[in-house]
Design a protein around this ligand. Structure first.
Ligand code: CP
Length: 297
């Protein structure tokens, strides 16, 4: 695999994470108009699952960096005629694409891409990992607290199916913060023990709510209102947050299920700023994919 690929947060050492975050911060300030020195680099986006934020923030990042973008409609690619994922990506490589961004429903789909030479950026694999979501979450926390050490982060909801939870657990723990998990016991995942949500949020610096991933088989028995009352961020729980705490969500949100719709743009919410941070980190990840050193080392 190309060494500038980003497949998992496990690919990144602490110094790599901070290089990406620092580049992302500089893309917001003095390097706003910076573009890749590679003339009209060609990037292909392949989304085999629905996406709004990741797909179109990658596309926004690519255009801002001066790339030529092929937004491949996977429903009419030759994969529908039996071509393997490897053969599709290898084809894109030999016909001139310089990098690919892939979201796929299969955990670790990229293990099938050994032999591809261009960089592959993972935009989410099944319930495996979502590294660029994790990086934008880290950027959001870093902007808020000026550190990624000793933070107490609580993640609540459908942990069993969450690649966001998996990437954040690995990265935040590696960086010296703690992550507690909460939700209905049937969504507890090996290695992600659950704690009581109402207790955990009282001392949290950040609370991250997760959507129920019904498309991956998650089921609930009660009504949406019952779920919100038992496990969601409702107005009573919002009042329990510490003064400095922030509320996060990778989105898309299901209003009135895991979060009261009135809280999405509440004072402590960083849900829309997270999306803006997504463009910044994706610019930094694409820059890295092209082998360009951090702006400041
Ligand atoms: N957070 C996230 O991955 O959103 P999308 O599914 O809309 O890309």
């Amino acid at each position: 695999m190309n060494k500038n690929s980003l497949l998992s947060m496990r690919d990144l050492a602490e110094s790599d994470i901070f290089s990406i975050l620092n580049d992302a911060l500089l893309f917001e300030t003095e390097y706003k108009d910076w573009q890749l020195p590679v003339n009209q680099a060609m990037v292909a986006n392949l989304f085999f699952e629905a996406s709004t934020r990741t797909h179109y923030s990658f596309e926004s990042a690519e255009y801002q960096l001066g790339c030529k973008v092929a937004d491949i409609d996977t429903s009419v690619s030759s994969i529908t005629k039996g071509e393997t994922l490897y053969d599709t990506i290898k084809t894109l490589e030999v016909i001139g694409y310089d990098a690919v961004v892939i979201r796929h429903p299969e955990d670790a789909y990229y293990a099938r891409l050994e032999g591809v030479e261009i960089p592959v950026i993972n935009a989410g694999d099944g319930k495996g990992e979502h590294p660029t979501q994790c990086l934008l979450d880290l950027l959001t926390l870093y902007k808020e607290f000026g550190t990624l050490k000793s933070l107490k982060v609580v993640i609540c909801g459908d942990i069993a199916h969450s690649r966001v939870a998996a990437s954040n657990k690995h990265a935040l723990e590696m960086l010296g913060s703690s992550v507690a998990f909460c939700g209905p016991s049937e969504w507890e995942r090996e290695g992600f023990p659950f704690v009581d949500f109402d207790e955990a949020i009282k001392s949290a610096d950040a609370v991250m709510m997760l959507r129920i991933q019904r498309e991956r088989g998650a089921k609930t028995t009660g009504t949406d209102a019952e779920y919100l009352n038992a496990y969601g961020m409702n107005k009573d729980r919002y009042k329990m947050l510490q003064d400095h705490a922030i509320l996060m969500h990778p989105a898309p949100v299901n209003r009135g299920v895991e979060i009261d719709g009135d809280l999405i743009e509440a004072e402590k919410s960083r849900i829309f700023p997270q999306m803006a941070n997504g463009v910044l980190v994706r610019k930094a990840v694409i820059k890295r994919a092209f082998g360009i050193k951090p702006f400041k080392e």
